[in-house]
Design a protein around this ligand. Sequence first.
Ligand SMILES: NC(=O)c1ccc[n+]([C@@H]2O[C@H](COP(=O)([O-])OP(=O)(O)OC[C@H]3O[C@@H](n4cnc5c(N)ncnc54)[C@H](O)[C@@H]3O)[C@@H](O)[C@H]2O)c1
Length: 340
Amino acid sequence: MSNKLKLAVAGVGNNILALCQGIKFYETDGRNVGIKRADIGGMTPHHVEVVAAFDIDAEKIGQPLKRAIFAGKNNYPDLQQDLSEFALEVSAGIAPGGDQEGEINRVADILKSSSAEVLLYSLPTGLQEAATAYALAACRAGVAFVNCTPEIVARSDEIMQQFVAQETPLIGDDLASHIGTSIIHRELLGLLNERGITLDSSYQLNLGGNADFMNLREHGGTKQQSKMNALAQEGVDVSNVEVIPSAGFIPHLRDNKVAYLNIEGSGWAGTPISIDLKLKVQDSSNAAGVIIDLIRIGAAARRKAMHGFIPAAARLLKSPPGGHPLYADADIDASFADLR
Ligand SMILES: NC(=O)c1ccc[n+]([C@@H]2O[C@H](COP(=O)([O-])OP(=O)(O)OC[C@H]3O[C@@H](n4cnc5c(N)ncnc54)[C@H](O)[C@@H]3O)[C@@H](O)[C@H]2O)c1
């Protein structure tokens, strides 16, 4: 088996623009800067070949991927990489309405003929019907599915059973950014709990200027719940924690995300403790830095004939099936060992 990971992508947005440029970056930069695991299942970050891509934006369909990733509302920075190898044409994706069953079969056929090993689902948040349709297409084609979004796919028993029956990996839901508000918020709340500080209240506000932030203003419901799932841990009561996925769309921020975290607590004799933190990150780098592990987990698991959810992915997701407390560190380490 070649160590090239054959990847299909649904949604050619900022995540894919960041991912494709990173794949080329790591081909020439051997330092693995910004990479947690150099090798997963024999695959390094530049061992990714995009073999199929789907979108419904007229500016992207029919275009070679190297042009489509800079089209439409995509505004991740140009990292000046040579993208000539990303020449495949973007196919029409599954649009809402119409003959969904026929469309699922059409996409499944393209996945099969492209020899894709993994389908990365990276559409705007809030499109449950589309998430289910692409997952079923992947399942029918026997292709591992990775869900970047908060839509319920890996947490759906019905969909999970179909992947198990097809002996195919299903990884989701909702990627947890590389170093985003969810992980920092989660760790700070856990730290207060560990040190015996009583949590009184907390909030998290996220601002950005990309299409995702524009979309989340209107369709942030599933993301809000998923961000709350990401904070869940033993001993931490999150009933007084507020999370606003998009507190504002600010066009000049482009693909930068700015987040504000506040935590109010009580220490010795009820005296107050207050934490305020500002985070500024390149939003879609934050996604690509985790996608690179999720897709390698999906491909490695498929090559080893594993199926269903792969615990190695649990910490890389906001909403793994069953919730975070289900996955002990030892089980996650064992799962990574199985993928070697
Ligand atoms: N940036 C992060 O750190 C992060 C973290 C967690 C989750 N996510 C999620 O990842 C997803 C993708 O993010 P992004 O910034 O690339 O989004 P984006 O809005 O830049 O790109 C989405 C792409 O999907 C396309 N699309 C819309 N409907 C489609 C359909 N039916 N079929 C095929 N393509 C379709 C759009 O035309 C667009 O090209 C979002 O749901 C986002 O919330 C991102």
